[in-house]
Design a protein around this ligand. Structure first.
Ligand SMILES: [Mg+2]
Length: 196
């Protein structure tokens, strides 16, 4: 497994807003954050099972001037406090849509960099999020992806649900359900979720 330079560690790359926490819209203060159901338990179980956990979040509110990078860092610190864990890495993409950006999803740059630097197994990496850009990020990185809603598959974003279905990406009612499902899988995740 390591002969080609690939590592062996599994990892989740988690979107923040409307994946781990309800999105109140351009959140800039830590008291605005609360966890979606089951997320804390699912991530703690994943970490205990040896999964690396990364946060990958587009925060265009910074680029729009609504709040600062420092505000976003404080909010992410509050998120870690609520979860009771530390992420293995956090990437905040501050640019507005359309601006040049290395990391703004759907860019796969952060995922690819962490795979190379942290000894991750790309066959066991999963990008989890609620938007088409989250799924595109996973596909562009050549890893698995999971589309999530806030508690019910009926709440999936229609555009993202159509995109995911057309690319063989599985949809889940919540991030908690997606994480639990992937932690439970034993085989090549890409084979498991992209049968074509
Ligand atoms: Mg989101």
């Amino acid at each position: 497994m390591c002969e080609d330079g690939g590592g062996s560690k599994p990892a989740f790359f988690l979107d923040r807003d409307d994946t781990l926490v309800p999105d109140a819209g351009y959140m800039s203060r830590p008291e605005q954050l609360s966890l979606l159901g089951g997320v804390r338990e699912a991530l703690l179980a994943a970490k205990a099972a040896g999964w690396r956990l990364y946060l990958l979040t587009n925060q265009s509110g910074i680029g729009r001037g609504y709040y600062t990078m420092a505000d976003a860092v404080v909010c992410n610190g509050r998120l870690e406090e609520l979860l009771g864990l530390r992420f293995d890495g956090i990437c905040i993409a501050p640019e507005k849509p359309g601006e040049p950006s290395r990391y703004r999803k759907p860019s796969p740059a952060f995922v690819l960099e962490r795979i190379a630097a942290d000894g991750l197994d790309p066959e066991r990496c999963v990008v989890v999020g609620d938007k088409t850009s989250d799924i595109e990020c996973g596909l562009a990185a050549g890893v698995a992806a999971a589309l999530v809603a806030r508690g019910s598959t009926r709440a999936l974003r229609p555009d993202a649900a159509a995109f995911a279905a057309s690319h063989g990406v599985e949809a889940f009612p919540s991030a908690a359900a997606a994480v639990a499902a992937f932690v439970g899988k034993r085989d090549d995740l890409r084979g498991a979720v992209r049968p074509d």
